[in-house]
Design a protein around this ligand. Sequence first.
Ligand code: BGC
Length: 273
Amino acid sequence: MYQNPNHRLLNQTCIVTGASSGIGKHVALAMGRDCANVVVNYISDPVTAEEVAHEIEVSDDIAKAMTFKADVSKEDQVQAMFKAAVERFGTVDILVANAGLQRDAPLHEMTLAQWQTVIDVNLTGQFLCAREALREFIRRGKRPDVSCALGKIIHMSSVHEVIPWAGHANYAASKGAIVMLMQSIAQEYAPIGVRANSIAPGAIQTPINRDAWATPEALEHLLKLIPYNRIGQPSDIGAAAVWLATDESDYINGTTLFVDGAMTCYPGFSTNG
Ligand code: BGC
């Protein structure tokens, strides 16, 4: 049976929101490979969430996994998820606030519902999960045998925390706000040992952006925005998330790690300007 010899997250528990598909799924799998216990949060697809949990348990005989259905934008459901995680695994050491969605529209046609849904899930959801994580870190206290930090919060942001995005203003606004949420948490809770950071993925091949890579023409168009000339894979984000959760990155606090193949390096200026 394959086991990661590093065991970097042994005896730690990680909640990954939106973990039944896409980036969240691969973050959950990667956490499990490094021996973390994983709570696989999902909202609509219990079957795929169970498959992720099963894959974690069969690929590593130490890591344990459970699934939990919760809408991250609902306070009571987030609280129930943390309670269930603590009951099953004793505590929570790592939160990956990943659940997110898009409801795209030109701004003059955007409905309040499209705006609100994106803000509720992408921003309020990350607030609610981070708040419960902080409460659990404080309740539990430091465990120097497992980590230097009191706890780790990883916000899933986007290159659109810095790249404006026409036709997606609700999404870009939600991700722009994540910067200040994350940095304010770091400033407020680093003194007691919390690490809060973000990952800003570029174009990662997942269902959320299928239109951007599903045809050769779309992919060719997309690659013009990616100097490294390949679309990202969810496993690229999984590897970054695990590293941000380990003590290898212990001095990294209050920052955003861009995992984007240089998408944020203004590729349009490579032959111009
Ligand atoms: C969005 C994707 C998009 C990528 C790069 C992500 O945050 O969810 O739809 O392809 O940013 O633009």
